[in-house]
Design a protein around this ligand. Structure first.
Ligand code: 2M8
Length: 433
């Protein structure tokens, strides 16, 4: 495993571009929001200055309304579609004057990442000083979410695009695609020149993705208009969990820094309301897990995915709920012939073990679930989650995603998507240490 750790370090150093990291050469050649945060956790174990720089660069691209974009286009390259000319972040009056970006966001990991840097740091005083220098930007990002992304003032924030969820082509979104009929656009995909098309979303799915952005652009990325008009408007348990986990981290960190009582008070209010809302609106007692809610069509999306278990990461479920969730996880995803944790319900007919977010195992989700299980006292299953994660990397390398079926791993060809993928390397290092 020590050799593999050296390989993981080499992957991160190779994907480091002076002041930020790319998730993967050619396939993802810019800085992505949640990748960036998770990558910083890996760097923190062996190169704290890079970890800090990664976060500093990310926050440097923040808009004046507190919004942090999902992709920051630091360079010009045509290996990715859709690029800066398609997204046109400058349509929004508050967008960064310094960086071109998208007009959508991603799970807001920054708050808990700062706390992880502190956990890992060998020089706590210096790291707390670094955190103090930029924590207000993260607070402002949370303020953006609660004031702009919660139209009914429920304590839950919405996402307006599947790319904001991070779980791009999850079968959950099929229900929403059924409510839309976008034009058959002409465009040149780049992802399928780097990765086998069978492991990526379909052309028709991309039509939906582009159509939602077209609507947002027609409205200059105005949040109120998007809430009114976007055909995709979803309350996502993973996204809300990440926000609440980050809220809690901000409360802890401001407490350590001192003199920030007003912010702590506000964060606690968001925390209380958000936790209650996740548990009342997104918990499906019959399924025994958390699910997504389609705010546009006012209906729950009753599917079980790896996102369904992530509220454990922010300690949101009660003891009874947690126990029930873990039972469901083991019953549906825990078959000994499979590695934990498939990204979509393996017993569903929408499950596809090779296709991106429709079934494969993802290292970032396993990392959330490992810590969630551990914190909630499910030590044995947490141990399996960690062992499975380390083993699939050991067998295949630092791929983007992996086949859950153990049988497929016999020839070492069960890793899919991009290779030398940054967060797989970063979180491998964190799990090992
Ligand atoms: C994937 O998403 C991008 C769009 O954001 C793409 O397919 O082009 C997702 O897995 C997302 O969660 C991830 O942040 C991104 C970069 O790794 O790739």
């Amino acid at each position: 495993m020590k050799d593999l750790q050296q390989n993981a370090i080499a992957v991160l150093n190779k994907n480091w571009k002076d002041k930020f990291s790319i998730p993967c050469d050619k396939l993802y050649p810019f800085q992505w929001f949640w990748d960036s945060g998770l990558i910083a956790i890996g760097f923190a174990h062996f190169d704290m200055p890079k970890a800090e720089k990664e976060i500093e660069t990310l926050l440097d691209a923040q808009w004046s309304n507190g919004f942090i974009p999902h992709i920051i286009f630091h360079t010009d390259t045509d290996t990715y579609f859709p690029g800066p000319d398609f997204h046109r972040s400058n349509l929004h009056p508050d967008s960064s004057k310094k960086f071109k970006s998208t007009g959508m966001t991603q799970p807001p990991v920054t708050g808990f990442v700062l706390q992880d840097l502190y956990r890992i740091s060998k020089d706590k005083k210096a790291t707390l000083g670094f955190i103090e220098s930029l924590i207000d930007k993260v607070y402002k990002n949370h303020e953006y979410f609660y004031t702009q992304r919660d139209p009914q003032n429920e304590g839950l924030v919405y996402i307006y695009h599947n790319w904001e969820s991070g779980t791009d082509n999850s079968p959950i979104w099929d229900d929403i695609w059924d409510t839309m009929n976008p034009p058959d656009y002409t465009f040149e995909r780049r992802d399928t020149t780097h990765v086998d098309a069978s492991e990526r979303p379909s052309k028709r799915e991309y039509d939906h993705y582009l159509h939602i952005i077209e609507i947002a652009k027609q409205n200059n990325y105005n949040d109120e208009k998007i809430a009114e008009l976007s055909p995709f408007l979803v309350q996502d348990p993973l996204f809300n969990t990440v926000l609440l986990k980050s809220n809690q981290s901000l409360i802890d960190l401001y407490g350590m820094i001192g003199n920030n009582e007003d912010k702590i008070e506000q964060l606690k209010k968001w925390q209380e309301k958000g936790t209650a809302a996740v548990n009342s609106k997104l918990y499906d007692a019959e399924l025994g897990v958390y699910i997504h809610y389609d705010l546009r069509n006012e209906k729950p999306l009753r599917h079980i995915s790896s996102s369904s278990f992530t509220p454990l990461f922010a300690n949101l479920p009660s003891e009874t709920q947690a126990k029930k969730m873990v039972d469901v996880m083991m019953e549906k995803f825990g078959n000994p012939d499979q590695y934990l944790c498939a990204s979509f319900d393996p017993t569903s007919d929408r499950f596809n073990p090779k296709k991106y977010w429709r079934g494969p195992v993802w290292i970032n989700l396993n990392w959330f679930l490992y810590y969630g299980l551990q914190q909630n006292g499910f030590k044995d299953i947490a141990k399996r989650m960690k062992q499975d994660t380390l083993e699939i990397i050991k067998k295949n390398g630092f791929y983007e995603y992996f086949d859950p079926r153990k049988e497929e791993h016999k020839n070492g060809k069960a890793g899919y998507g991009g290779y030398n993928f940054s967060w797989s390397a970063a979180l491998f290092i964190d799990l090992l240490n």
